[in-house]
Design a protein around this ligand. Sequence first.
Ligand code: NAI
Ligand code: HPV
Length: 524
Amino acid sequence: MPKVLIADKMSAAATQVFRQRGVDVDVITGLSKEELINIIPDYDGLAVRSTTRPDAEIIAAAKNLKVIGRAGIGVDNVDIKSATDRGVVVMNTPFGNAITTAEHAIAMLFSAARQIPAASARTQNGEWPKSDFKGVELFNKTLGIIGCGNIGALVAERALGLKMKVIAFDPYLTKERAVKLGVEKVELDALFQRADAITLHTPLVEGTKGIVSRERLGMTKKGVIIVNCARGGLVDEEALKDALDAGHVRAAALDVFAVEPAKAHPLFGTPNFIATPHLGASTLEAQENVAVQVAEQMADYLLTGAVSNALNTPSISAEEAPRLKPFVDLADKMGRMTGQLIHDPIKAVEFTYKGAVTDLNTNPITAAALAGLLKAAMPDVNMVSAPVLAKERGIEIKESYVDEAERAESLIRLAVETAKRKFVVVGTIYRGEPRIVRLFGVPMDAAFSPNMIYVRNADKPGFIGELGGVLGRNKVNIATFSLGRMKKDEEAVCLVSVDGPVPANLAEEIRAIDQVKIVDVVEM
Ligand SMILES: NC(=O)C1=CN([C@@H]2O[C@H](COP(=O)(O)OP(=O)(O)OC[C@H]3O[C@@H](n4cnc5c(N)ncnc54)[C@H](O)[C@@H]3O)[C@@H](O)[C@H]2O)C=CC1
Ligand SMILES: O=C(O)C(=O)COP(=O)(O)O
């Protein structure tokens, strides 16, 4: 039974879903990094929010880890590169807390416009400070949205409902989508110049780091309101403090900080400054949504191989997963066999899919074959890491599709090119079993078995007898024997499955047979 660790506070619904689905689950929150490193080898899955930060060291220690699930949107706390390199799927729940976060941004906007937290605190302090608080209306004001994705669009909808004018900067926002949302797409500087209030809804990436900079704050209208419910590093906090102190920025409301938890901060205590402790996603509804969703996605992956909302591997639906499985197994075996036959760096890999398999999503099949292929050199590679590792090694990957099958329902042709030669294997599924139907152009019908010997020999009489003699003397029993040749009197290809591991010296003895050119031992 797969085992998952929930390492951050999460709705109990996650635990329930895991257990109902047959996944063992431990909930241990508040672990130090060292404590997590000590226990993580026991787990197949790790479920987190934003507190736990699975970095390269934690992921390296996680020998059995297959999936990290983020019950929420932002995955900046997860080292996705390390996870990918180690074949760990990283998934998030991209919609479950979006409405809640948009509502928090609107709440922060009103709080800033009317100074509700300070007014509340002083009223409860017995001051009745009625004349100290004069707010501004949001009606007819211009809201500048930086990042108009899921949450930005939800904020836009709500702001339009408040009869605000909405302008948005987002390099990936199309004109059509802007029209549909009812927002005006503008350039970044124009947004800073025109907005009465600015709200941020981008991830923290190179292009957005410090996007609310000192220089851009200088472009804003006097009296602007700044709201950040996205990520801390988007705002230059020092410049914001100066602009608040100078009275240029009317009010600022931050839910997120460059360093969290922010327990002491130069902005704390600044007049017209509002802070919440990263509460954007913290509602009953959102937490239930993301907990259920992350547990379902992780359980699906661990139990069936279905992948949804992964950031580092293609999606596989629950319906597709069982249909893909035999082809993924076939591709893995074809890749692993070929990987043991080539002894030079791979330059290019070409996949041709024929027949019924072309109706399926072939990305996972390609990824499985690549993983198999790279396994001889990189034992830890898997379907998640293989495409990235292949790309990093400059391996060119091509895929093509032919609608009709040649001689079986579905065929997969894998052609691997090295500096010296091209290796071609064609496989199929026959009665649910993976089979090799062609090897280096030679037709055959061979099953994959745990121990195989591959021989390339001159097509001359006497070879089979000699080979049988060598195997017999070494007490190696032949299970199946497949032999074929390209042309009479030229080269032949022979694939022998044997019972049990091949003795160390056997390849040498076979190589000594007159007709033999190449011998490789293949283990599956
Ligand atoms: N405070 C909280 O508790 C929560 C914070 N968040 C954060 O909110 C942010 C947005 O989330 P979603 O809307 O779901 O993400 P999303 O991916 O749907 O939208 C992000 C948008 O930012 C845009 N973008 C990327 N680079 C940009 C740039 N250089 N300038 C302007 N726009 C750029 C993208 O095109 C995209 O449309 C994320 O960082 C997420 O972590 C999400 C949920 C809760
Ligand atoms: O979903 C997100 O991106 C969030 O920032 C929410 O963070 P949290 O799960 O509340 O720690």
